[in-house]
Design a protein around this ligand. Structure first.
Ligand code: ATP
Ligand code: MG
Length: 285
């Protein structure tokens, strides 16, 4: 049977989380990322460990069937690939920064200035839409030192905490866009591999659902059970079990993490006590 080939970053900010995602889906590789390739022991997939910049190209050509990559690389490279879904990790901003002592007056500050970046296409597109002429210096790394050595007046780069900027005497002045890790696929997958991908997507969804929902248990007086069930409908309906103390029950349900704080006051008003909220590892609806 054919295997689905998955490209993940060999070593860098995407590597660990990418493999962790597959592991949470029950797909394990024993070898880590030391080799170029590794097969999963319990699922028809093969992992290819690559430089992240090369992943869109390999996926476009079908050398890998799917891959995990930052959106920033996709925008920069503009390859013929399909974005399947956002993955919610490796979040970062793509920002313009200038030396911290410069007086920033707005985007026109950059008019006729030199900007160093590893993302010339994204930057060119941004300034041409604004009709501002700039000169772009393409660097493949260490962009943050470009102003200090007199190569550029500003930089355009990935920023997460801003500590790298700070260390290099820079300040962030514009956030151009935000990026996160996404799952991509080659434009046309043969049916047998598509089926494997569907199985993986089903599992990824179960993991994502699990992490955005919580298991909730509480004790409540019997007369409030209907009202509380209305607030916590759960997957089908809540489980209600009588407590040893007459007139009281224990109610178990599932709640979306973001809704929890909205309904907690109402639960307390309805007499709920001993509220426990527990993580869910996986959830299949
Ligand atoms: P490679 O050796 O594979 O080419 P790299 O040095 O180009 O690695 P990393 O620094 O590991 O790449 O970053 C990979 C991706 O992680 C980035 O393209 C971006 O999508 C995301 N990312 C998240 N936060 C950051 C950050 N603070 N700095 C750089 N990248 C980040
Ligand atoms: Mg890279």
């Amino acid at each position: 049977m054919s295997k689905l080939k998955i490209a993940v970053q060999k070593s860098g900010r995407l590597s660990e989380k990418s493999l962790q995602l597959f592991e949470e889906c029950g797909i394990k590789t024993s070898n880590g990322t030391r080799k170029l390739k590794a097969e999963a022991s319990n699922f028809p997939v093969e992992f290819l460990f690559l430089r992240d910049d090369d992943i869109p190209q390999y996926v476009e050509q079908g050398v890998a069937d799917i891959g995990i990559i930052g959106e920033n690389e996709i925008w920069e490279q503009n390859k013929n690939i399909r974005i399947i879904q956002k993955l919610g990790f490796a979040g970062c901003k793509m920002s313009l920064a200038i030396p911290k002592d410069e007086n920033y007056t707005g985007i026109n500050f950059f008019k006729n200035k030199r900007i160093a970046t590893s993302y010339p296409n994204i930057l060119t597109h941004f300034f041409s839409e604004k009709n501002i002429a700039v000169s772009i210096e393409k660097l493949s790394g260490s962009v943050e030192i470009a102003t200090g050595i007199g190569l550029a007046d500003g930089i355009f780069d990935i920023v997460s905490t801003g500590s790298t900027l700070l260390m290099n005497g820079l300040k962030e002045v514009e956030v151009i866009t935000k990026s996160e890790a996404v799952l991509i696929s080659t434009p046309s997958l043969p049916p047998d591999r598509k089926e494997i991908l569907e199985r993986i997507l089903f599992r990824i969804n179960a993991v994502k659902q699990g992490s955005s929902n919580k298991y909730i248990l509480l004790n409540a007086p019997n007369e409030s059970l209907d009202a509380i069930s209305g607030l916590l409908p759960g997957m089908k309906s809540p489980t209600i079990l009588p407590l040893a103390e007459p007139g009281w029950s224990s109610l178990h349900s599932v709640v979306q993490e973001e809704q929890f704080w909205d309904i907690i006051d109402q639960l307390k008003k309805l007499g709920a006590q001993g509220i426990l909220v527990l993580p869910i590892e996986k959830m299949v609806i």
